[in-house]
Design a protein around this ligand. Structure first.
Ligand code: SAM
Length: 292
């Protein structure tokens, strides 16, 4: 395990946000490095970085988001029917929370998390070590659109709320197809940014794409998303829009946080992210299989 990468100080971060916002290509690695270990403020002890799956969980209290995040991990991993001999890849693995959860819950042979954020990976490695899983859980700094893995070397590809960042999602679907063995499973959830229909949505979308590092090539409807998974060669086993169980309760959770918690975010990031809370997103859960 390498040393923790240095985190930029307040001044360097303040200068970095406008550079990131106006950069020609979305750069989620820098975005998450800048957001640091508190990617979602006020979220309890475990670093969290997804909106959660809110079924039977009331959006109140610090641990509510943590419980919802684990419910989302369970939804995605459960869809892949992981067994003890499986080699699992977690694409866009955040702080490694899902990789550790999958190793502890389903006992696969190996879990490899892939991420472009150095800061998140340092935490992920530390967490796997603290859980006594360093021999079965490892992490790679790489883009999932160019995986440094051999063809047909993986049984399961998971991805939790990350593919909207990938430049492009299709490149990821092609890579997932390449590294999966025949009969291998792809199980994911993802935020869908449908094209803007009204003028205010066009303005909001501009801020969403720039503040959240989303390539414009990933803006399309859920039906198109499913079509592109099929076009990569997969058989789609299950797909549904679960936006109602994700975004409205997550928004309510945010509103239960005291205002000073929100103010711990860098101000420029906070302001540019406000349209994220109002854009008419969809959210897909999908399970697919590479044919034999
Ligand atoms: C919203 S976070 C979700 C993290 C994690 N899956 C979770 O649910 O806790 C999106 C993640 O995707 C990662 N990411 C974005 N683009 C990536 C890429 N091209 N390759 C690998 N990881 C990427 C980000 O660094 C971040 O960790």
């Amino acid at each position: 395990m390498g040393p923790s990468p240095d985190k930029p100080g307040w001044f360097a971060r303040t200068l970095a946000w406008p550079r990131l916002f106006f950069s020609r290509r979305p750069d989620p690695g820098t975005l998450y490095d800048l957001r640091g270990d508190r990617a979602i403020e006020g979220a309890g002890e475990i670093p969290l970085v997804n909106m959660g799956y809110w079924v039977g969980i009331a959006p109140k209290g610090r641990n509510a988001l943590q419980n919802a995040c684990y419910a989302l991990f369970e939804l995605v991993a459960g869809g892949a029917r992981i067994v003890g001999t499986d080699v699992v890849l977690d694409a866009g693995c955040g702080f490694g929370t899902n990789a550790v959860f999958v190793a502890q819950t389903y006992g696969p042979a190996r879990v490899t998390g892939v991420n472009v954020s150095d800061v998140q990976l340092a935490t992920a490695r530390r967490r796997a070590q603290e859980a006594g899983l360093a021999d079965r859980v490892d992490f790679i700094l790489a883009s999932v659109t160019r995986l440094p893995l051999a063809d047909e070397s993986v049984d399961v590809v998971l991805s939790v709320e990350a593919a909207f960042h990938f430049d492009t999602r299709e490149a990821f679907f092609a890579e997932a197809f390449r590294v999966l063995r025949k009969g291998g499973r792809l199980s994911l959830v993802d935020l869908i940014v449908p094209p803007a229909k009204k003028p205010w949505q066009r303005v909001a979308m501009y801020f969403v794409l720039r503040s959240q590092a989303v390539p414009e090539a990933n803006v399309y409807e859920l039906g198109e998303f499913v079509g592109r998974v099929r076009a990569a060669g997969f058989d789609v086993v299950a797909e549904e829009n679960i936006i109602d169980r994700v975004f409205p309760p997550f928004r309510r959770w945010i509103l239960t946080r005291p205002p000073w918690v929100q103010l711990r975010y860098d101000l420029l990031y906070l302001l540019s992210s406000i349209p994220y809370l109002i854009y008419p997103f969809d959210y897909v859960r999908l399970v697919a299989r590479k044919p034999d």
